[in-house]
Design a protein around this ligand. Structure first.
Ligand code: CA
Length: 286
């Protein structure tokens, strides 16, 4: 954690969910070398809001400005997008290709995770970006996603048949902690109330009743943001074998509040053609 003593003019404040944040100017950011390496994803006007990490990860940036961090898995190293694919990333693809895009009814800025994206849309985006840059982009596999969240799968078993690992949630073990991510929280409950059938997390405040700007909360140990929460993330795999009717989504979303669906081992099955305002995607770069 970077101490406020290294940022003479930095001030601290709390957001409406009680999360402690620092506020400093862009000039102060540039003058501070450790923070200068940090992705400039949280600039708003002349102020920067930072969720600090001990050591900024080594990053690669592609032509769309997407940040990738190296992650060492048991069998190989992969480069994983630090953020869920943003509206601004997907907008370039749509503008260049004319690919149809069903805009959601929820309010979003360019730095929110893109939603209403089918599995086919996500794969088409990856294929377009691969041709554009001459390198391979793809969705993570279900096994890779499990390894990113810190759990191992049983080999030879379809994702939908993998055993649930109780007691370990997307934020770790125990009750949900502050800064855990954008889930179905009190803000959601206040907005949607009794008209929404699913449970929300009583007493938890993440400051967003819909999707949230990517990178708003603390990253995980690999430097990945929003691996749990914000939007469900498509994986490459079929959920059901040999039927092959559903694809895997992982990680929960702003609509997820049931404890069983917040387990790190939980997979959602969704038809590959479905477009929902709670599903987006993250990409792997090879
Ligand atoms: Ca929320």
């Amino acid at each position: 954690m970077v101490g406020s003593s290294t940022l003479p003019s930095a001030t601290t404040f709390k957001d409406e969910g009680g999360l402690a944040l620092w506020r400093l100017t862009c000039k102060e950011l540039r003058l501070n070398n450790p923070l200068a390496a940090y992705p400039l994803h949280s600039i708003a006007a002349s102020l920067l809001i930072i969720s600090c990490v001990a050591t900024p990860p080594r990053l690669k940036t592609n032509s769309l400005g997407m940040k990738f961090v190296p992650v060492q898995l048991p069998e190989c190293k992969i480069w994983v997008s630090a953020f869920e694919t943003r509206v601004q990333d997907y907008a370039v693809f749509v503008r260049e290709t004319g690919h149809p895009w069903l805009l959601p009814e929820i309010a979003q800025s360019d730095r929110h995770p893109v939603v209403n994206i089918s599995w086919y849309d996500a794969v088409t985006f990856c294929d377009w970006l691969s041709r554009l840059e001459g390198k391979r982009y793809r969705l993570p596999t279900d096994a890779e996603w499990s390894q990113l969240i810190g759990i191992r799968e049983e080999s030879g078993i379809a994702p939908g048949a993998q055993p649930q690992q109780t007691g370990v949630f997307l934020w770790g073990s125990g009750p949900i902690r502050k800064e855990a991510g954008n889930f179905c929280d009190e803000a959601f409950g206040r907005q949607y109330g009794d008209g929404y059938q699913a449970a929300w997390l009583q007493g938890y405040h993440d400051g967003a009743s819909g999707t949230q700007v990517v990178g708003r909360y603390q990253p995980d140990r690999n430097g990945l943001f929003d691996l749990g929460g914000n939007v469900w993330e498509w994986c490459d795999d079929w959920y059901d074998l040999p039927e092959r009717t559903q694809k895997v989504v992982r990680g929960g979303s702003w609509r997820t509040g049931e404890s069983s669906r917040l387990l790190s081992s939980f997979r959602g099955p969704d038809p590959p053609g479905v477009r929902l305002d709670s599903i987006g995607f993250r990409v792997v770069m090879e």
